[in-house]
Design a protein around this ligand. Structure first.
Ligand code: ADP
Ligand code: MG
Length: 352
């Protein structure tokens, strides 16, 4: 095997640094020059002051064929929808609403205009459902495959915006919906693809598993949470969307806030269908919930008092507590064992 870090050529493999390591390395020398740049790199969105206590929020996401999606099982229409969802989810993750998107694509000549019509039909439906305007983008040829980049823009009052870095010791950790379904949907699609490649006569019967497939192929962003929080007059101390996996995303909150955490396995919500498919694949359901990505649920931390107000709503689960940093990042299993949490989330730069 080749040495990963060859001193003679001074070459560092990106996979050695990981996604967050490379972002940090590339961006650390950039200072924010403008007072209006309220938040730069390091949260779900950048935040720009626009005057009168208001701010604009911006987030960009990139989807690459062969890395983020496989067109042998991902219909283009769903893919267009998902690209918008992945991008606007970052706005909801800061307690803000998206209002505009730009969409940039690069396409090889393998794609027809009709194929791109399908992609844009999905984008249209997402714009319609989430009430956002498509306001521009860019179009280019690509040598190979399809690339989609969506930038989402929104506006909020500065006071309402929730960052990753505000978690406090004693906060309850809450997550919406359930976790791990998108990951198992992907595992199922991958398995069906392999079966099809080996024997095209075998037709899959996936009707029992529509939930996990939908969570992978046509996910939704949690647009209702900002309204629920608003009605209850609750402002979380910290917030993030679960796009890389629960472990990775709670660690983002903890490191940004200088805190530790104690998750309880018993609190982590896993849908019945997800659980059953995980068991069939001999994947521990908890592993799917902790390390699977693309759930687009919202993870946030609240004072114990506010937690009482929200927990009556079945959409939410209390999954643990924020602790002092020195206590580390822990998960208490159902048998009472303490495990150290590690970020094994989606890492497209190092997908091992
Ligand atoms: P999310 O998962 O919420 O979309 P990411 O993990 O992709 O966020 O990004 C983390 C932070 O790093 C964000 O603030 C993002 O804007 C920033 N970022 C990611 N890639 C780059 C890059 N190549 N150059 C500058 N900033 C980047
Ligand atoms: Mg995010």
């Amino acid at each position: 095997m080749e040495a990963q870090n060859d001193k003679k050529t001074n070459r560092t493999e990106i996979s050695e640094l990981g996604e967050f390591g490379i972002i940090d390395r590339l961006t650390k020398n950039f200072e924010l020059r403008h007072a209006s740049s309220l938040k730069g790199v390091g949260d779900d969105c950048a935040v720009i002051a626009t005057g009168k206590g208001k701010a604009m929020l911006i987030s960009t996401d990139l989807l690459i064929e062969g890395i983020h999606f496989d067109l042998s099982y991902h219909p283009l229409k769903h893919l267009g929808y998902k690209a918008v969802v992945a991008s606007i989810s970052d706005l909801y993750a800061m307690n803000a609403r998206p209002s505009q998107i730009t969409v940039s694509i690069a396409v090889s000549n393998r794609f027809s205009a009709e194929a791109l019509d399908e992609l844009y039909d999905g984008i249209w439906h997402a714009c319609d459902y989430y009430e956002v305007d498509l306001i521009g983008g860019d179009t280019s040829a690509s040598e190979k495959g399809l690339l989609i980049s969506v930038t989402a823009i929104g506006e909020a009052s500065q006071k309402q915006i929730v960052y990753r870095n505000g978690a406090k010791a004693g906060d309850q950790i809450i997550v919406s919906g359930d976790l791990g379904a998108a990951y198992l949907g992907l595992q199922l699609l991958e398995r069906e693809k392999q079966i099809f490649l080996e024997n095209p006569e075998v037709q899959p019967d996936l009707e029992q598993e529509t939930y996990i497939l939908r969570r992978q192929l046509k996910p939704e962003a949690r647009k209702e949470i900002i309204d629920i929080l608003g009605e209850l007059k609750i402002k979380p101390h910290s917030m993030i969307d679960v796009s890389d996996g629960l472990s990775s995303d709670i660690l983002q909150i903890c490191t940004a806030s200088g805190m530790g955490c104690r998750l309880q396995e018993s609190g982590i919500p896993i849908a019945k269908e997800t659980f059953e498919r995980a068991v069939k694949f001999q994947i521990p359901p908890l592993t799917a919930a902790l390390s699977g990505g693309e759930d687009y649920e919202i993870l946030f931390t609240l004072s114990a008092q506010d937690t009482e107000k929200i927990i009556k709503n079945p959409l939410f689960s209390v999954i643990g507590e924020i602790t002092a940093q020195k206590e580390g990042y822990n998960l208490i299993s159902n048998s009472g064992q303490v495990h150290q949490l590690i970020a094994q989330g989606w890492n497209h730069l190092n997908p091992s």
